[in-house]
Design a protein around this ligand. Structure first.
Ligand code: CP
Ligand code: NVA
Length: 329
């Protein structure tokens, strides 16, 4: 029997909050919303809704996507940065949640602790969307899957290889998304950065149920063979800046470069794409890479035709809009 999808009033704190069917529903809705926007169809599904955007960490894409998605559908947003409000400093998270819940229809939270997102959801009484925490980045994974499906037209059975920090927020949400879609996900990371065992076990069980697999493989050449998607993220996530030098030493062999892309065996027939959640260190044009140059991905890979990173960035808008529309209407 087909599952009845009803997401109204729901929060999205981690990707496993969604059933497999609910996740696919959001991907389908995102495709529809993208088509509507390209056709210039006026929509007003969120008229009179007010959305709070709480940010403890910096953001370009997530902030822009939530703002444009909400405004496209007639809602208003209020940006609240970590230096603007009392959250956790002069006021408990629980009290802030109860105040915001009296005024706003929903809250987006980007920050450090997953527990903060959970407390906001528990006490505000309105949907809370995780726009990235130390643990997960669920709206990113939705955009990743949408981008993969746009290119290949299906998900089940494709091989996705993530190289780099194999236990960060982006990796874990992507792993869960691939498990839910029945893909073959390989986490190519050194033993020092292994994902938590309970998360791996949960993802592996979900993948198996959908005909997919989850593997951890420290060897780059073995991992990337026959890959359809090569994915990487920064080696040092926000909040871990003190680990920079150590992490660069550890992850240097996991850099995505042309030689690695060729080892997929799929470059010649256009059956492999490169993805990155962004921002990316692919040249020396940032303050951090001014001296050292590219880190997790080389510039030739980043700029290659098989790199779909800007489609992926755009799809943050359409997938986030799907989450907002599905949970607020
Ligand atoms: N990918 C992503 O979350 O980008 P921002 O940090 O710019 O929001
Ligand atoms: N893993 C990165 C993702 C940024 C979008 C971080 O948390 O900083």
């Amino acid at each position: 029997m087909k599952e009845k999808i009803q997401l109204t009033g729901r929060s999205l704190l981690k990707l496993s909050d969604l059933t497999d069917g609910e996740m696919m529903y959001l991907l389908d809705l995102a495709d529809t919303l993208k088509k509507e926007k390209k056709m210039g169809l006026p929509r007003d599904r969120l008229r009179k809704k007010n959305i709070a955007l709480l940010f403890e960490k910096a953001s370009t894409r997530t902030r822009a996507a939530f703002t444009v998605a909400a405004v496209d559908e007639g809602a208003s947003v209020e940006y609240m940065g970590m230096h603007d409000i009392h959250l956790g400093k002069k006021e408990s998270i629980k009290d802030t949640a109860r105040v915001l819940g009296r005024m706003f229809d929903a809250i987006q939270f980007r920050g450090f602790r997953q527990e903060t997102a959970e407390i906001l959801a528990r006490y505000s009484g309105v949907p809370v969307w995780n726009g990235l925490t130390d643990d997960e980045h669920p709206t990113q994974a939705l955009a990743d899957l949408m981008t993969i499906r746009e290119y290949f037209h299906y998900l089940q059975g494709l091989k996705v290889v993530y190289l780099g920090d194999g236990r960060n927020n982006v990796c874990l949400s992507l792993m869960m998304g691939c498990a839910k879609s029945g893909m073959h996900f390989v986490d190519c990371t050194p033993p020092e950065l292994m994902p938590p065992k309970d998360f791996l076990d949960q993802a592996a069980e979900i993948a198996q149920r959908n005909g997919g697999t989850i593997t951890v493989c420290p060897d780059q050449a073995d991992a990337v063979k026959n890959a359809h998607v090569i994915y990487t993220d920064v080696w040092v996530s926000m909040g871990e800046e003190d680990q920079f030098a150590r992490r660069v030493r550890l992850l240097k062999p996991y850099q995505v470069n042309m030689s690695l892309m060729r080892q997929t065996g799929h470059l010649e027939n256009d059956t492999v794409i490169f993805l990155h959640c962004l921002p990316a260190f692919h040249n020396n044009e940032t303050e951090l890479t001014h001296q050292c140059g590219a880190l997790e991905v080389t510039d030739d890979v980043f700029e290659a035709p098989f790199s779909k990173v800007f489609d992926q960035a755009e799809n943050r808008l359409h997938t986030i809009k799907a989450v907002i529309v599905a949970t607020l209407t």
